[in-house]
Structure formats: C-alpha cells, structure tokens
Design a protein around this ligand. Structure first.
Ligand code: ATP
Length: 235
C-alpha cells in the first residue's frame, strides 16, 4: 500500500532521514520506534507531504506522492494526526470534526462517518458544543483522531498518541486504534512507548539517527535482545 524508497530528508543542511526504505501493507498496523530525535515524526511528515524528500520516492497505492501538496495526499486517502494534536482550540468539537471533512462533498458519507466517530469516541458526542481548547489532553487526542477519520483515510498516520496521557487513557486510545484498524484502516504509528506500540502492531521498524536499523514482526522485535536493551527497559 505504501512504499518509502531510499528517502533522504534535510532541514537546511542537517540531514534528518538517511536512505530510509519501508513498506506498509494494506490492513497492517506498522510502528516506528526510536528515541527522541531519531526522525520518526520527520518520516510521517514526509509521507503526508508536509516535508519534501531531497532524494527518494514515496509510492502510495501505485502512485508516486512525494512532491505532491499535503491536501492532494489527504484526498488520495492518507490522514495525519500530528504530535501535539493541533486541534483548533477556539472552535467547537463539532466544528473541528466538520473541518476534517472539508475536502469532501459526499454529504451522506460525511454524516455516516460522523456517526462512526461518535461510536468510537462517545466522549466527543457528549461534548459537541464545547470549545476544543477546553478539552482534557485525552479528549483532545480523541478529537484529533476523530478529525483525521473524517477525511475517510485508508492509511492513518499517528504521531505519539500516548503523549502526556494517564496510563488508563493510553489503554483506551490504543484499544480504539486497534478498533480503527479492524474496521479496515491501515495504520502507521509513531510511538515512544515501544512496549505499547509492539503490543498492537503487526510489524515494526526501529529508527536511530535517521536510519532504519532493524525491522521485523512485532513478535521478533519484542524478543530481540537489542530492542529489549534499548527500548523495552532491558528485561
Ligand atoms: P520526537 O519523538 O522527539 O519527536 P522524532 O524521532 O520524531 O523525535 P524528529 O522530530 O523527526 O524526531 O526529529 C529528527 C531530527 O530532525 C532531530 O535532530 C530534530 O532536532 C531535527 N528537526 C526536526 N524538526 C526540525 C526543524 N523544523 N528544523 C531543524 N531541525 C529539525
């Protein structure tokens, strides 16, 4: 479904991504694990068109997408939930969700997806008129995910959904990520919490200083000594 081929990304003269290749197959949850600053967010931004690779190619459903505008990439079926959520704080929950569908014209489909978002996140339905900036951190994460789903993506890019959330809420968010995946959305997940990410992923890539240093099934990586030592607390 998604193929990243030999991609290099720079911020000015600084190279953040070095010759990265990876694949996401339809139906999978694939996770990128790695330390702070390894380049995980940069990779997601490159896939969603917020950053342009200097070299390499990104192919989505058989079409090259690198170099295309972010909006075009959303239309092709990729939604990105950025780190830190970036909801519109002064707008209501409902308005934020509506904005997620702004590139669509199919009113009935939009209505249908709104209902699905309410089913996944009943909390949002209870708070439709509330100003988004006054939601709790967990509720804002739900809203950011709900808004991304309103574009009806086939591939969802999630950047650090657990960040700053209490453990119980993190569990809820991860259960919902699995649910979204089971209903047919492919997921590329960036997560600092490697234990958690590997517990729901099918496959994973380990990113260190802009390179992929290891990849495999979630089971393989969970069992890997290298991953255990560096990312799973050494036991
Ligand atoms: P984190 O989990 O801390 O967000 P990450 O793996 O997602 O880490 P990135 O945010 O992709 O890492 O950052 C990769 C490297 O690129 C880091 O060295 C970072 O300082 C650098 N970087 C990120 N954004 C910019 C920017 N706008 N300008 C210059 N350098 C940047």
């Amino acid at each position: 479904m998604l193929k990243v081929k030999n991609v290099n990304v720079f911020y000015g003269n600084i190279q953040a991504i070095r010759d990265v290749s990876l694949e996401v197959n339809e139906g999978e949850i694939v996770t990128l694990i790695g330390a702070n600053g390894a380049g995980k967010s940069t990779l997601l931004k490159t896939v969603s068109g917020l950053l342009k690779p200097k070299q390499g190619q990104i192919v989505y459903e058989g079409k090259t997408i690198n170099g295309k505008a972010a909006q075009t990439i959303v239309k092709q079926g990729i939604s990105h939930v950025p780190e830190g959520r970036r909801i519109f704080a002064n707008m209501s929950v409902e308005e934020n969700l509506e904005l997620g569908a702004f590139l669509r014209k199919d009113k009935a489909g939009i209505r249908e997806d709104m209902e699905k978002v309410y089913e996944l996140f009943p909390r949002l339905l209870e708070r439709l008129k509330q100003q988004a900036g006054t939601l709790s951190g967990g509720e804002q994460q739900m809203l950011a995910m709900g808004r991304a789903l309103m574009a009806r993506p086939r591939l969802l890019l999630l950047d650090e959904p657990s960040m700053g959330l209490a453990p119980l809420l993190v569990k809820t968010i991860f259960r919902i990520i699995e649910e979204i995946n089971k209903t047919g959305t492919t997921i590329l997940l960036v997560e600092q919490n490697a234990n958690l990410a590997l517990s729901i992923a099918h496959r994973a890539y380990v990113v260190e200083t802009g390179r992929i240093v290891l990849s495999g099934s979630a089971e393989e990586l969970t069992a890997s000594e290298q991953v255990k030592m560096a990312y799973l607390g050494g036991h």
